[in-house]
Design a protein around this ligand. Sequence first.
Ligand SMILES: NC(=O)c1ccc[n+]([C@@H]2O[C@H](COP(=O)([O-])OP(=O)(O)OC[C@H]3O[C@@H](n4cnc5c(N)ncnc54)[C@H](O)[C@@H]3O)[C@@H](O)[C@H]2O)c1
Length: 427
Amino acid sequence: MTNSTVAVHQLKGGMVGMGMIFDETYRPFFENAYQQGIYDARTGVLKLEIAAVASRTGGRASKYKISAGDQINDFASYVEPDSIGQLLKHDVDFVCIATPDDRHYEATMAAIEAGKHVIVEKPSVLSMQQLDSIIATARDKQVLCKVVYHKLFDPDHKKLRTLVADDVLQHINTGYCTLLEPKQISGAQFAEWIQGRNPGTYVAVHYIKLIDFTFGGKLKSVSCSGQRGIVGEADGNTWDSTQLRLIYEYESGREAAFDIHTSWVTPDNFPGYVEQEVQFRFDNGIWNGHSRKRGVECTVEEKTPVSIKNSMNNHYNGTFVEPDGRRTQRGYGIEVLEEFAREVAYVEHGTDNQSREQRIGDLSAGYYNDIASDRQTVAAVHAMEAILEQHAAGNPDCVVKVNESGNGLVMYIPGQADGIVLYENPV
Ligand SMILES: NC(=O)c1ccc[n+]([C@@H]2O[C@H](COP(=O)([O-])OP(=O)(O)OC[C@H]3O[C@@H](n4cnc5c(N)ncnc54)[C@H](O)[C@@H]3O)[C@@H](O)[C@H]2O)c1
């Protein structure tokens, strides 16, 4: 038997945004990797630290420091104005962006321009123009820019994609998806930034990506309706619920339609934390999925369904006592971040014969989580945002056509012959 040494590499991360998703996924990601490291055969063991964090007021960062204690290293905390600029002066290898969705672009661009690898929450950005400039800058600066879509890591969705890839489920025809968030999300959690926002961009995007990634095809058109009056004014621009419809065309020339219904005003006392249901219909089959019917139903007097939910998603993100007695927090919501850390480590410390540029190339163009793979998803979001804006301005029922008549995105308002070009280049 020979003794061999496993290389240990230290990576330093920056965190922009210290809100709900930080608590849910980034916190266990950083703490697990700080304490136990992450292993990758291409590099060795990776140890992670949070070097610095940026947020609006620093309130939650201070609370986190106290509650985490020695579970994480000490870190610098910066607040507005220019919290990100200050964070970027630190020696960080990568930056995680988890600000509200209409503030992703500035933070992502600033980090890339500073030469840092970036992972950004969904939806990456809200327009194709923003997406183009991020892709170009990331390529120019030779850094990774990745988007978090943990639903692609859900074992059920991986199985769906496998059955599609193996031609067991043949030719998608139609699909519907629904994702309902509780009122506490719109009423309390996001009260600070909800003005002018909608639940479609916030959560339908999970399913836009799932559909785009699983079934491929070319996005052809986008339409969207919505309701108001609970979170904001009945004639205002803040939306309670949205119904998005996407039409795709496949190589066969045949089409499929997908409806994605979302809301963030569902009663807080419903039994699942978020209600998620999908149905995909194929030429030869049907796939039905329901987050609350995955298997567990648990009732605890005086706890369910408020402080504990009757049905829990123990696959996404759960706290456990492991068989050996350790307390852990894990699931695919955290796994997706660990994969990014492995990618960064491979680029910077890989032991194969590839150059840094080749490694970036391999993990970029065509790679599932690369920002450039997000084109059709961002196109759908861009179209939805524009349609809802027109609706609030008194023009409901607009349709956006994709890659027709020489333009990438053109919005048609009912009763007006000429479309409005939202994006000129091909999507
Ligand atoms: N992957 C998922 O399932 C999932 C779930 C929830 C949220 N998200 C995404 O995460 C992002 C944040 O959502 P959240 O639920 O954590 O929101 P949140 O409102 O709880 O937290 C937002 C954080 O961003 C900070 N922030 C706001 N503006 C800033 C600025 N200009 N500079 C620096 N920091 C700023 C705030 O101080 C706060 O710490 C959103 O893009 C959302 O779509 C993803």
